[in-house]
Design a protein around this ligand. Structure first.
Ligand code: FMN
Length: 375
């Protein structure tokens, strides 16, 4: 080999090898790379449970695709020396429009995972929506800003008790998941013979052989709260003063009904592509829902957010704030609490930069004029 060929081989090798170890906290340079680290550190069953969507995962993909066909049209020559990402939500001042979405099953990542994420939220002053017991989060009595999530209780009495308990424990809102009347049909979980009972057995190690609880595929007809209707809003409102936010609205008709029936907020969501497959991507659904809500209640959104510019697109289309589900879990699985903090820091930094590069000085200046749908 002549000297020139050897040099070019060496250059190619150096270009291909990362300068920083991905296995260190400062290794991953974006949320996608956090997912890669998490994938290496998790048991396949746990990774699939988190990453997966329902059936053919069309909705999972639709969420990501939507950020591709909405494009930013930035403004220039604006003094963007100072950028303010704060907002007011249900009377609470937040530093950032990024909220941690409720995610059950975190115990597959590490024991006490909800508390670990809560601690990261506290440290980064992020609003945290818990999917587990609210009281556990308050053990150390720190002033965490949190919402509680649930799929609803089957009776008025139970719903009222849940609302009162949340209010008494300091929760700031009830997030009612409205897209979960039945357990959905997730192929990855079915293939792994995943069963929710497995969570009680602790965190599986990568490569560990796991005996299925049920060797047949899980039941496809498992009711959660199939009797949930608009009356639930009255059940909660009759018992507590907490705002009730409906998570899982996609149809503008439902947004209108939500406002009419007294909901205080809406989250445009398809559960991260985990409930019904073939459903519209959330960014695509957002503008019609925002129009239908008519500014009467705040509209939030989630699904597929992996970049600060994704968040900017959502805010431009009328979202007051956004929720992120998988990204904090990738941080958690990679590096524990510091990993969650790093993911939050990264997305906040990317959002601020996106605002600055598009001529926006605060969330208030962001309007629908900032995005166009590709023809
Ligand atoms: C592992 C996992 C568990 C989830 N558990 C819940 C839940 O208990 N309640 C709920 O309303 N949504 C749940 N979700 C949906 C999230 O709250 C959120 O809507 C979704 O993850 C947003 O999409 P993203 O993961 O692409 O950010 C879960 C999502 C994941 C990935």
């Amino acid at each position: 080999m002549n000297r020139r060929a050897a040099l070019s081989l060496l250059t190619a090798h150096v270009a291909a090898s990362p300068l920083f170890a991905a296995e260190e906290l400062t290794g991953p340079i974006n949320v996608h790379e956090f997912e890669e680290v998490a994938k290496r550190k998790l048991h396949k069953l746990a990774y699939d449970f988190i990453a997966g969507g329902v059936e053919d995962e069309r909705t999972l993909q639709a969420n990501r695709d939507a950020y591709g066909h909405w494009e930013l049209v930035p403004r220039v020559m604006v003094d963007v020396t100072n950028i303010d990402t704060s907002l007011d939500l249900f009377g609470t001042k937040l530093d950032s429009p990024i909220i941690i979405a409720p995610t059950g099953g975190k115990e597959l990542v590490m024991p006490g995972a909800d508390e670990v994420v809560a601690k990261a939220a506290l440290k980064t002053k992020t609003l945290f929506c818990s999917a587990t017991g609210a009281t556990k989060l308050l053990d150390d009595g720190e002033p965490l800003n949190w919402w509680i999530n649930g799929i609803g209780q089957p009776t008025r009495e139970q719903a009222a008790n849940f609302a009162r308990r949340t209010e008494d424990s300091g929760g700031k809102a009830i997030v009612l998941t409205v897209d979960n009347p039945y357990q959905s049909n997730r192929d990855r979980n079915n293939r792994n013979r995943f069963d929710y009972g497995m969570m009680a057995k602790g965190v599986p190690k990568p490569g560990e052989e796991i005996k299925p609880v049920n060797p047949a595929t899980p039941a496809m007809w498992k009711p959660h709260t199939p009797n949930l209707t608009w009356d639930y809003i009255d059940w909660v409102k009759g018992a507590s003063k907490l705002p009730i936010i409906l998570k899982g609205i996609l149809a503008p008709e439902d947004a209108e009904l939500a406002v009419k029936r007294g909901a205080d907020g809406i989250v445009v969501s398809n559960h991260g592509g985990r409930q019904l497959d073939g459903v519209i991507g959330t960014l695509d659904a957002l503008p019609d829902v925002v129009d239908a809500a008519g500014g009467k209640v705040p509209v939030l959104m989630d699904g597929g957010i992996r970049r600060g510019s994704d968040i900017l697109k959502a805010l431009s289309l009328g979202a007051k704030a956004v929720l992120i589900g998988r990204p904090p879990l990738w941080g958690l699985a990679s590096f524990g609490q510091p990993g969650v903090e790093r993911v939050l820091w990264m997305l906040n930094a990317e959002l601020k930069l996106s605002l600055g590069l598009s001529g926006q000085t605060s969330l208030k200046t962001v309007t629908r004029r900032l995005v166009r749908k590709r023809a």
